[in-house]
Design a protein around this ligand. Structure first.
Ligand SMILES: [Zn+2]
Length: 348
């Protein structure tokens, strides 16, 4: 993390990517599609990137370095706004006649940002495309698990979009102060874990008063930015609210936007949790995916501060003999992050 010095842009990680413009490392490919609702022919986009070198979040968001494939997964027809995965445009057979009629006649799809028929996919914000796809999946009455995963990916895109602050000179100066304090990058470690460990180191340094008082609010802002990037929004919010009055423009306005994006992410995560919970309780999830779904529900509940249910789902995941070994480690670690109930002894 922050290790851009001497490494060149190809190994820019974590925060540097969030501050600098997006670096697209993979290839964006055009895929010709025909809208199954209105027959409009246009180009969908697909981003190919190698692996999850940006780290894997505990809610299973696997990041690439630079631009994220998840932002390219959803295609929107720029004429009728029908939206979905590439497969929803390519699968054989037309969409259900009732759905087609509903979209064309009743115009239930309302984009959050204006779309013109000539727009290319990358001119339509990914969050607009996801919101439309979620509406299509509701209209289609898609299975709860599919709706849940679509919502979860939408939340990741909102998180990624909201993890940005303008690189003012004070903020960049804080980053230069911070960089030598951070541990060396070791190949093969999870970038997301490494960034959160760095936050712990920085927070300890900050609380010990080891930064110049002028720079200290900007250090807090860097910590908040990393927390926001990982969706640790409760902690990020507390830092941002306190810091907003202590930093120079344009940062206060950027902080407001970041807080709004956390509210949006929370709303979408809550909807994702509802759908995945429905799929699990109705036993609609494939048996081999069930243990991971229990873990995911624990983590989604934790992220929306539903601690009681988070504990319950983590416990159910841990009780599954078939839970994958690394998810078992995560389930135990994430469960420990939840604040203990007042007055209730814990067995930590
Ligand atoms: Zn269309």
């Amino acid at each position: 993390m922050f290790a851009y010095r001497g490494l060149g842009i190809a190994t820019v990680c974590g925060l540097a990517v969030a501050l600098v413009a997006e670096v697209c490392q993979g290839g964006v490919n055009s895929v010709p599609v025909v809208c199954p609702v209105c027959d409009h022919a246009f180009e969908a986009l697909r981003l190919e990137t190698p692996g999850a070198r940006g780290g894997v979040e505990r809610d299973l968001f696997a990041r690439a370095l630079g631009a994220q494939p998840v932002a390219y997964l959803i295609t929107t027809c720029p004429r009728c706004y029908y939206s979905g995965y590439l497969d929803d445009f390519q699968s054989t057979g037309r969409v259900d006649a009732a759905l087609r009629k509903a979209i064309v006649k009743d115009h239930p799809l309302r984009p959050e940002t204006p779309i013109t028929a000539a727009m290319k996919q990358d001119e339509i914000p990914p969050t607009t495309r996801y919101a439309l796809a979620a509406a299509v999946y509701r209209l289609r009455r898609a299975p709860a698990e599919a709706q849940g995963w679509l919502l979860l990916r939408w939340a990741w895109v909102v998180r990624e979009d909201g993890s940005y602050l303008p690189p003012t000179s004070s903020l960049m100066q804080a980053m230069r102060e911070i960089e030598p304090r951070l541990p060396e990058i070791r190949p093969g470690t999870n970038q997301a874990d490494r960034e959160l460990r760095a936050v712990n180191i920085l927070t300890a340094d900050w609380q010990e008063g080891s930064f110049d008082p002028e720079l200290e609010p900007y250090v807090r802002l860097v910590i908040a930015l990393v927390l926001r990037r990982h969706g640790e929004n409760g902690a990020a919010r507390a830092l941002l609210v306190n810091t907003k009055r202590q930093v120079d423009p344009p940062l206060p306005a950027a902080i407001d936007r970041m807080i709004a994006s956390m509210d949006e992410e929370r709303r979408i995560l809550a909807a994702a949790r509802e759908q995945i919970e429905r799929a699990v309780t109705r036993s609609e999830v494939k048996p081999e995916n069930r243990p991971a779904s229990l873990y995911l529900l624990g983590e989604l509940c934790r992220r929306i501060d539903d601690d009681g249910n988070a504990r319950t789902w983590f416990d159910r995941a841990i009780a599954e003999p078939a839970l994958d070994g690394s998810l078992r480690v995560w389930a135990i670690e994430q469960r420990e992050l939840i604040q203990p109930l007042d007055g209730v002894p814990t067995h930590k």
